[in-house]
Design a binder for this molecule. Structure first.
Ligand SMILES: [Fe+2]
Length: 82
């Protein structure tokens, strides 16, 4: 899954540059992955999860990218990482 690969490379960057909120950020990644996998399982079982998935992606995932990812990018930029 692209999301897992993306999160893993982000986490490597956090560890490498000792990002202060690394653990909290990782927990949020894990929560997002668990939720997507749970919705995928429900979809495979024949449940209609389209609305819930759309809502989740627009709230949690977008919120994560627009808020938490911006914060770590700013922090790493201040440490000279580009
Ligand atoms: Fe992230």
């Amino acid at each position: 899954m692209y999301t897992k690969t993306h999160f893993a490379s982000e986490e490597r960057l956090h560890e490498q540059h000792k990002y202060d909120f690394f653990i909290v950020h990782r927990l949020e990644h894990n929560f997002i992955i668990d939720k997507i996998e749970s919705l995928h399982k429900q979809y495979c079982s024949g449940n209609n999860i389209v609305e819930e998935m759309a809502q989740f992606l627009s709230s949690w995932l977008a919120g994560h990218i627009l808020d938490k990812d911006k914060k770590y990018a700013k922090d790493l930029n201040s440490k000279g990482v580009r």
